[in-house]
Design a protein around this ligand. Structure first.
Ligand code: GDP
Ligand code: CO
Length: 396
């Protein structure tokens, strides 16, 4: 993959937030062939480097009741050497959708001879394993694992660590274009290759999110509400530094990856607020506001890269209610951060009220948080999970 180096970087304590980088070639050819075109500002990541990183990477696919055809397409876009991990929260009755997903996955794996893992979010054995390692943050008031995309991703991260992976990436299961999924994974590996710290995050910025109507296809940029999320995150930074910025372009990006070394240090927010809150929490923890808890991370620094795709993003449109839910959750996670300036709180509230999402007198909901998983005894977790599970299947 050939891409440019970041044009600018916002530094916030030990966090470097890089501006959006562009992809010039999806495939920049085999090693050493193109030294002539190598320059200070454009970098080629050759196929050998990408393959090596892929072998160390798990790709987590959170899924809840998506059409199987879409899942099958997504699976075909993931590089063979990545470990695919499906975390499903699909209904098990009246039709057992999880069973259907597992059958499709099994068949796919049989033909591709691919290493992969599948688990159901509501597996009581998974809850027992989490209880055994004293990690109740995923439970509802009845001691069962909550619904939520963030919760699914958290389980995926834990399984990535359990399977000994060094990197964990996320790809949604409702993508119509397998080639786009493939590009996301190449972007993940290229970002990791470019990074100069073990604490890395790579977020995908979509070039277009096309809208299809009777008059044809319109290649629109980000949706207006996604833009608002970015704007709020940028304002959060601006209020702090006193300098306006537009650096954040990927606040809602579901397609992103991290080194497990970074992933295990973060606190996550529930449901659809997980993506914007990752940025918030990075700044809360490593932005230099509170004294450093992790010395090594402060010394080596955290890098966040944002890389723009070449493929447009086509996914299942889920309607207004879903969008409202997503944004009230995401914006709520910004609202409740200690980094959120009182004036920004008012702006966030006003925006939610004007969209009819929030009552004037109320605050956006404070969603449950999931603390860092660095201290979870992963061997004990694995042992109990394997003994108690009724859904985990590992294809080797
Ligand atoms: P959007 O693309 O951000 O509008 O959100 P989607 O509704 O497409 O959700 C993103 C991904 O998360 C999709 O693959 C969903 O199937 C999946 N998802 C949504 N809710 C849950 C959940 O509760 N658990 C899990 N494991 N996945 C979920
Ligand atoms: Co989607």
């Amino acid at each position: 993959m050939k891409l440019d180096v970041p044009r600018f970087t916002e530094r916030f304590g030990s966090v470097s937030l890089h501006g959006v980088q562009r992809v010039y070639e999806l495939d920049s050819g085999h090693k050493n062939k193109n030294t002539k075109t190598e320059s200070e500002v454009i970098r080629s990541i050759d196929d050998e480097i990408i393959s090596k990183i892929e072998a160390e990477m798990a790709i987590v696919i959170p899924i809840k009741g998506e059409r199987l055809k879409l899942l099958e397409g997504v699976l075909s876009g993931i590089p063979h050497d990545c470990l695919t991990i499906i975390v499903s929260n699909s209904p098990r009755e009246p039709i057992d959708r999880y069973k259907l997903e597992k059958q499709a996955f099994e068949q796919f794996n049989r033909f591709t001879e691919k290493k992969s893992v599948i688990i159901h979010q509501k597996d009581p054995g998974l809850a027992k394993a989490l209880e055994a390692v004293d990690y109740p943050d995923l439970f509802d008031s009845e001691g069962k694992i909550r619904n939520g995309k963030g919760e699914g991703m958290f389980i995926g991260m834990l399984l990535s660590k359990m399977m000994g992976k060094k990197y964990v990436g996320f790809v949604d299961s409702d993508n119509y274009v397998p080639g786009a999924v493939n590009e996301y994974t190449k972007i993940f590996s290229s970002g990791i290759a470019l990074s100069s710290t073990p604490y890395t995050m790579v977020r995908v910025s979509w070039i277009y999110k096309p809208k299809i109507s009777e008059s044809g296809v319109r290649f629109s940029k980000l949706g207006r509400v996604s833009e608002m999320t970015n704007q709020f995150l940028n304002l959060m930074i601006s209020y702090y530094t006193g300098f306006e910025t537009e650096v954040i372009r990927t606040g809602n990006s579901g397609e992103h990856c991290m080194s497990v070394q970074l992933a295990e240090l973060l606190t996550y927010s529930s449901g659809f607020s997980i993506e914007p809150y990752e940025i918030v929490n990075l700044l809360e923890q490593f932005g230099g506001i509170t004294p450093p808890e992790h010395k090594d991370t402060m010394e080596k620094g955290v890098e966040v890269m944002q890389i723009e795709t070449r493929n447009p993003h086509f996914h299942e449109e889920k309607g207004d209610l879903h969008i409202k839910e997503m944004f009230s959750q995401g914006w709520g996670s910004i609202f409740h951060s200690k980094l959120c300036h009182p004036e920004l709180r008012e702006k966030l509230k006003a925006e939610l009220v004007s969209r009819g999402i929030l009552d004037k007198v109320k605050e956006p909901p404070q969603l449950p948080k999931m603390r860092p998983f660095i201290d979870i005894d992963i061997l004990k977790f694995e042992k109990i999970l394997k003994e108690q599970t009724n859904s985990l299947t590992i294809f080797e």
